[in-house]
Design a protein around this ligand. Structure first.
Ligand code: ZN
Ligand code: FE
Length: 254
């Protein structure tokens, strides 16, 4: 069994501290900064064993060296990005597995935001740590990959069990939802979700985690092959990839 602690840092980043109950092994996902992680570890009486990086951006690997120096933790990241994940010790590719004590993670490659982006999925615990690939009602910008790569990556995540709880690396939900409403203003599930998102943000509560099921119903980037969305933007005759690329281009200037 896995305990997940959510640590909000910087403007809108989330760092996750994972604790495997049986073994006591602990991991930090995408530590942008060190102090909040060290403080939380001290409060809980935990020792940091691993860092799990999803990609090389500084707001995800910023504390790698400091945390490794202070705790002796080992750093896990994508083999494809081993030249730019600071302090990397363990390199994983698509389909590899990693055990945090009794908790088994599967590594899924999701290029698009960066070419070497990976995500960590535990089927038993029903949790996904997806960095900057999938956001609530959104997806990462295409800094290195193509629209085709990102569309393929998102389809891999869409295929996970619908109850999977998704822990992304940013609180971008409100802005993503506003954009989604410009694409599908008549989507009742989207309208309902945005009411809930506004309530949570008014109370300064996180909107993360969320579920794959919610994304299937409301995330335009998951819905580029759904007739209702295509019709809503008058692209019903276009292939899903063209629709996805159009959505991404519109969001870039939203
Ligand atoms: Zn990023
Ligand atoms: Fe980021």
């Amino acid at each position: 069994m896995l305990t997940v602690m959510q640590i909000p840092v910087l403007n809108d980043n989330y760092i996750y501290l994972l604790r495997d109950y049986d073994s006591g092994l602990t991991a930090a996902v995408d530590p942008a900064v060190a102090k909040p992680v060290l403080d939380t570890l001290a409060e809980q009486g935990w020792h940091l064993d691993f860092i799990l990086n999803t990609h090389h951006h500084s707001d995800h690997v910023g504390a790698n060296h400091e945390l490794k120096n202070k705790t002796g933790c080992r750093i896990i990241g994508a083999k494809a990005d081993n030249h730019r994940i600071p302090g990397i010790d363990i390199e994983f590719s698509d389909g590899d597995r990693f055990r945090l004590g009794e908790t088994l993670f599967q590594i899924i490659e999701t290029p698009g935001h960066t070419s070497g982006h990976i995500v960590y999925y535990s089927a038993e615990d029903g949790v996904l740590f997806c960095g900057d690939t999938l956001f609530a009602m959104g997806c990462g910008r295409l800094f290195e990959g193509t629209a085709e790569q990102m569309w393929h990556s998102l389809q891999k995540l869409r295929a996970l069990p619908s109850a999977t709880r998704v822990y992304c690396a940013h609180e971008y939900t409100m802005n993503n939802g506003r954009f989604a409403l410009t694409i599908e203003p008549d989507n009742a599930a989207l309208q309902q979700r945005m009411r809930e998102v506004r309530r949570l943000r008014d109370e300064n509560q996180p909107t993360v985690p969320f579920t794959i099921k919610e994304e299937v119903a409301t995330n335009p980037f998951f819905r580029a092959d759904v007739d209702a969305l295509k019709t809503s933007i008058a692209m019903e005759t276009r292939p899903p990839l063209a629709v996805f690329a159009e959505l991404r281009a519109r969001k870039d200037v939203f």
